[in-house]
Write a protein that binds this ligand. Structure first.
Ligand SMILES: Cc1cc2nc3c(=O)[nH]c(=O)nc-3n(C[C@H](O)[C@H](O)[C@H](O)COP(=O)(O)OP(=O)(O)OC[C@H]3O[C@@H](n4cnc5c(N)ncnc54)[C@H](O)[C@@H]3O)c2cc1C
Length: 487
C-alpha cells in the first residue's frame, strides 16, 4: 500500500513535472537573454534599463557605449549626471539613473600582462567569464570567484563581490586589486597604484567605490597560476556543515541549507594536480537541471500552494546528488543561475555563524506559523566563508574573518520583504554588515568606522555629485535604503 505521505510526494512531483516543461523553457529563455548571452540585453531594452532580478527599472535620458578611453572621457565630461552599468546584476539601485548611463560592454581589452608578477591590467567592462577564459590561456587565474561569472570586472569590484575560501577576501580586496584608473567628473584620468604610498588613501576608497567616485576605466589585478579544483558535493546535516574544520581545512567550502530542515548541501573545492575529468552526463544534469530547472519548477508550483514549501524543501534536499568534478578552477567555482530570486546577504563574524543559523531557523518557523500573511522561506540559504578584506574603507568583512549569510526568496513568492527585514534584524544583532550589491533596508553607514573617510574621498573626487544617484544619496543622508525602483 502507498503511504499517504508518499502519495502527496508523488502528486507533488507530478504537478512539478507539468509546470516543469513550461518553466524549463522560461528559465532557459531567461538564461540565454541574461546570462552568457548578449551581455547588454539585461541592461537595455527599448531604452529601459532593468536589472537581472527585475526590481529596478530606469529610463536613462541617454545611453552611451564607449569603446575607447577617449570616448569614455568625452561621455563623462559631457554628462550632467552619469552612472556606469556593468551586467546589471546588482539587486539594489546602485547603477540606477534617469540621466546618462554608460554601458561598459565594449571596454573589454586586456591592456598589459606581467608574467613575472602574475599581474594583468584590464579594461573595466570585461565580463568575468571572458576574462577567465583569456587568463587561462595566459596560465593565470582569479583565486576566488562567486557563484556566477557574468558580472563585469568593475561592477563586481565596486560592490565587493566575493566567493568562498578562508585564504581570500573579496574581489575588492587589497591583495587582489593592485591599481585602478578612474575617469573623473571633468574627464581627466586618475591613476592609482598600490606601489605609490601617496595613492593608498584614494585606492582604499576606490577598490570598493560603489560606483560613485568616478567611472572606472581599468583595473590591475594580482592573480595566481592557473590550477584545477576538485569539487565534491553531498548531503550533510547542518551540525556537520558548521564544524570549523570544514572551512579551515578545505580551500573553498560552502553550504546551502534547506529551510524547515537541518539538511544542507555541502560543497568543498580543493586544489588538485589531477587533470580535468569530463563531466558525467549525470552530474551535468544534476548541475544544470536539478539546480536550475528543477528548483525553479518546484518553487513555481509551491508558490501556488505556499504551505507545501516545507515539503518542497525536504524534497529538494533528497535530490542533492553526491558527486565529484575536476576542472579548471573558474569552471568549478561558478555555475549558471537561471532561477530568479530576491536576495539579502550579510557578512557576519565567523564565530557567530552557528548562532545565526539558530536565529534564522526561529524566524523561518515564526513566519510560517503566522495566522495573518504567513510566509514560507522557500530558497536554500547559502553560507560562505572568507578572510576579512585588507585595505578597504567599505568592505563588509573589514576587521574580521567572516561567514557570508545569504537568504533568498523566489520571485514568484509575495511577502518576502517583512521576512527579509526580520532576518536583517538578526543579522545586525550578530554584528553583520550588508553586501553592497544585494538588498538591505537598514542604512549601514554607522556600521563602518571608516565611512566618514570614504565620504571625504567622494567629496574630494566628485564635489558636485556627478556620479551620485538615489542609492548614494540615501546612503549619505543616513536614510533607509530602497530596493525597488521603477523608472
Ligand atoms: C545571479 C546572481 C549571482 C550573484 N552571485 C554573487 C556571488 O556569488 N557573490 C557576490 O558577492 N555577489 C554575487 N552577486 C552580486 C553581484 O556580483 C554584484 O551585485 C555585482 O556588483 C554585479 O556586477 P555587475 O557587473 O552586474 O554590476 P552592476 O550591477 O551593473 O553595477 C554595480 C555597481 O558598479 C558600478 N559600476 C559598474 N561598472 C562601473 C565602472 N566601470 N565604473 C564605475 N562604477 C561602475 C555601478 O554603477 C553600480 O554602482 C550575484 C548577483 C546575481 C544576480
Amino acid at each position: 500500500m502507498v503511504k499517504p505521505s508518499m502519495l502527496n510526494r508523488r502528486r507533488f512531483i507530478q504537478a512539478s513535472a507539468v509546470v516543469g516543461a513550461t518553466a524549463l523553457v522560461t528559465e532557459a529563455k531567461v538564461a540565454t537573454d541574461g546570462d552568457y548571452g548578449a551581455s547588454s540585453s539585461v541592461v537595455a531594452r527599448d531604452g529601459e534599463f532593468c536589472n537581472w532580478t527585475g526590481n529596478i527599472r530606469s529610463r536613462p535620458a541617454s545611453m552611451v557605449r564607449p569603446s575607447t578611453l577617449a570616448e569614455l572621457q568625452a561621455a563623462v565630461s559631457a554628462a550632467v549626471k552619469v552612472k556606469a552599468v556593468g551586467s546589471g546584476h546588482s539587486f539594489t539601485p546602485c547603477a540606477h539613473t534617469n540621466e546618462t548611463m554608460i554601458q561598459t560592454d565594449d571596454l573589454t581589452e586586456i591592456l598589459a600582462v606581467d608574467p613575472v608578477l602574475l599581474r594583468v591590467k584590464v579594461e573595466a567592462g570585461k565580463k568575468l567569464f571572458e576574462l577567465n577564459d583569456e587568463l587561462a590561456e595566459l596560465g593565470l587565474a582569479i583565486p576566488s570567484l562567486g557563484d556566477v561569472v557574468v558580472q563585469s570586472l568593475a561592477g563586481a569590484i565596486s560592490t565587493g563581490t566575493h566567493g568562498t575560501g578562508m585564504a581570500w577576501g573579496s574581489l575588492s580586496d587589497g591583495a587582489f586589486v593592485h591599481g585602478m584608473e578612474l575617469v573623473l567628473a571633468d574627464g581627466t584620468l586618475l591613476s592609482l597604484d598600490a606601489d605609490r604610498p601617496a595613492d593608498l588613501p584614494l585606492l582604499q576608497a576606490a577598490r570598493l567605490g560603489l560606483g560613485c567616485l568616478g567611472i572606472v576605466y581599468s583595473i590591475t589585478l594580482n592573480l595566481v597560476p592557473a590550477h584545477n579544483l576538485e569539487r565534491r558535493s553531498r548531503l550533510m546535516t547542518l551540525a556537520e556543515a558548521l564544524e570549523p574544520r570544514r572551512y579551515h581545512s578545505n580551500d573553498h567550502f560552502e553550504f546551502f541549507r534547506f529551510p524547515f530542515t537541518d539538511k544542507v548541501q555541502g560543497v568543498t573545492r580543493n586544489i588538485t594536480t589531477a587533470p580535468p575529468q569530463k563531466q558525467l552526463l549525470r552530474s551535468f544534469f544534476a548541475k544544470l537541471v536539478i539546480e536550475n530547472a528543477c528548483l525553479g519548477t518546484i518553487l513555481n508550483v509551491a508558490s501556488l500552494r505556499p504551505n507545501m514549501v516545507p515539503r518542497a524543501m525536504a524534497l529538494l534536499a533528497d535530490l542533492v546528488p553526491s558527486e565529484v568534478q575536476v576542472d579548471r578552477s573558474e569552471l568549478v567555482m561558478s555555475s549558471k543561475r537561471w532561477v530568479r530570486a530576491f536576495e539579502i546577504e550579510y557578512a557576519i563574524p565567523l564565530d557567530r555563524a552557528a548562532e545565526m543559523q539558530e536565529r534564522y531557523g526561529a524566524v523561518v518557523k515564526a513566519f510560517a506559523a503566522r495566522r495573518k500573511d504567513p510566509y514560507y522561506a522557500n530558497f536554500p540559504t547559502e553560507c560562505r566563508f572568507a578572510r576579512g578584506d585588507l585595505g578597504n574603507l567599505l568592505s563588509p568583512t573589514q576587521g574580521h574573518d567572516s561567514c557570508w549569510f545569504s537568504v533568498a526568496s523566489h520571485i514568484s513568492f509575495a511577502g518576502y520583504e517583512s521576512f527579509f527585514r526580520a532576518v536583517e534584524v538578526e543579522l545586525l544583532e550578530v554584528g553583520g554588515r550588508p553586501h553592497w550589491g544585494k538588498m538591505f533596508y537598514r542604512n549601514p553607514v554607522e556600521l563602518y568606522p571608516d565611512f566618514a573617510a570614504f565620504a571625504k574621498v567622494r567629496q574630494h573626487l566628485d564635489p558636485h555629485g556627478k556620479f551620485s544617484n538615489v542609492y548614494v544619496e540615501r546612503l549619505l543622508a543616513g536614510e533607509e535604503m530602497k530596493n525597488d525602483l521603477s523608472v
